[in-house]
Design a protein around this ligand. Structure first.
Ligand code: DGL
Length: 359
């Protein structure tokens, strides 16, 4: 009698354990699968003391440690991580971008991947975000995240930023919104967001056109969307590329000469973005060098160092006559990205100008 009772209670125990496992799996099955691709930066940085917020070392902590440091991630997604590189983002290169884009597109083509988070240094985060905005071939969410304080600092912003980024990447609301940048409880679009402060945690802003929405209690709240083409609608394809066309930015300022433009032409650049003063103005000394470069077949894009506003055709220069392209509202560093990708498809300046009005 006693034996039968103990067997029955053992079976009951096994059954409970089985049901708990099932419900846990069932709960997991309900959560989106978000892949975290780690590239380095301050979010993976460590400082000598908990009050070190500037003199720290970026790109030290691995992706598994980043995930372990935020156990709450498992409440919003099934998270898996990959360490794609481990660098401070000022050292990001075109080759890093191509490798990252190919990995992102491979993962997003998998039915069991619902979204991607990319942890990244903040220095070039806006550039990587825009590059991916132009080459990701999916509507699934891709969210870039970083931090301004290292993981070892008091009130480090990395953990909450990572939690919000994963929640956003797993959300239905983020589908089709293009590549997003999520730090400091705000959701920004890749095309316009820029780093506006060297050290503050609210550094990422879309100053005039405004960010897209907020993250509140781990839930996205969108108030606007980008009107420009991106991701699934892109005409650019980097799947077969191992390099990108050589394009550099020539910065303008009082007393500037032609050294930068001449050097870019001499090294074989096929495109030059001129980061002009004001509305993309061309200094008397620099303009002839740019005209000569154009005559050699180099594509010239007139942009502005100012940071906001439209650089319009035939405003500060006769672009029709010079056969130059204008950057519209793109910053010089983002105009470089679009020009590189445009040059993988055409050298026709009318077609390239169309692309600057499309993306
Ligand atoms: N070295 C900078 C970078 O990796 C640190 C800045 C940061 O990640 O916040 O972009």
């Amino acid at each position: 009698m006693l034996y039968q009772k103990s067997v029955r209670s053992l079976w009951a125990l096994f059954a409970c354990l089985f049901l708990i496992t099932l419900s846990a799996q069932a709960q997991d099955a309900k959560l989106p699968h978000v892949v975290i691709l780690a590239t380095g930066g301050t979010i993976a940085g460590t400082g000598a003391t908990s009050t070190t917020t500037v003199g720290y070392t970026a790109a030290k902590v691995g992706v598994e440690s980043l995930i372990k440091a935020v156990p709450e991630l498992s409440n919003v997604a099934n998270v898996t991580g990959e360490q794609v590189f481990q660098i401070a983002s000022e050292s990001m290169t075109n080759e890093h971008w191509l490798a990252l884009a190919k990995r992102v597109n491979t993962l997003l083509a998998q039915a069991d991947v619902d979204g991607i988070v990319i942890t990244h240094g903040t220095d070039t985060l806006e550039e990587t975000a825009y590059f991916l905005d132009l080459v990701v071939k999916s509507n699934k969410p891709v969210v870039l995240v970083g931090s301004m304080r290292p993981s070892t600092a008091i009130s480090a912003d990395g953990p909450i930023n990572l939690y919000n980024a994963v929640a956003l990447a797993g959300s239905k609301e983020a589908v089709g919104k293009g590549v997003l940048v999520a730090l400091n409880d705000q959701i920004n679009a890749a095309r316009e967001v820029t780093k506006t402060n060297t050290v503050s945690t609210d550094t990422f802003k879309t100053t005039e056109l405004g960010f897209l929405g907020y993250m509140l209690d781990g839930k996205p709240r969108f108030y606007r969307a980008s009107l420009r083409k991106h991701t699934a609608e892109t005409e650019f394809d980097v799947s077969g590329l191992n390099a990108l066309p050589a394009v550099d930015v020539a910065y303008s300022y009082a007393n500037v000469g032609t050294a930068a433009v001449d050097a870019f032409v001499a090294q074989g650049d096929v495109g030059i973005v001129h980061a002009g003063t004001g509305d993309g103005s061309l200094p008397a000394r620099t303009k002839p060098a740019l005209v000569a470069a154009r005559k050699k077949g180099v594509i010239i894009v007139r942009s502005s160092r100012v940071g906001q506003g439209i650089v319009a055709r035939n405003g500060e220069a006769n672009d029709d006559e010079l056969d130059f392209v204008v950057s519209d509202t793109l910053s010089p560093q983002k105009a470089r990205i679009l020009l590189m990708l445009a040059l993988t498809r055409t050298h026709d300046t009318k077609e390239i100008q169309r692309m600057f009005y499309t993306y």
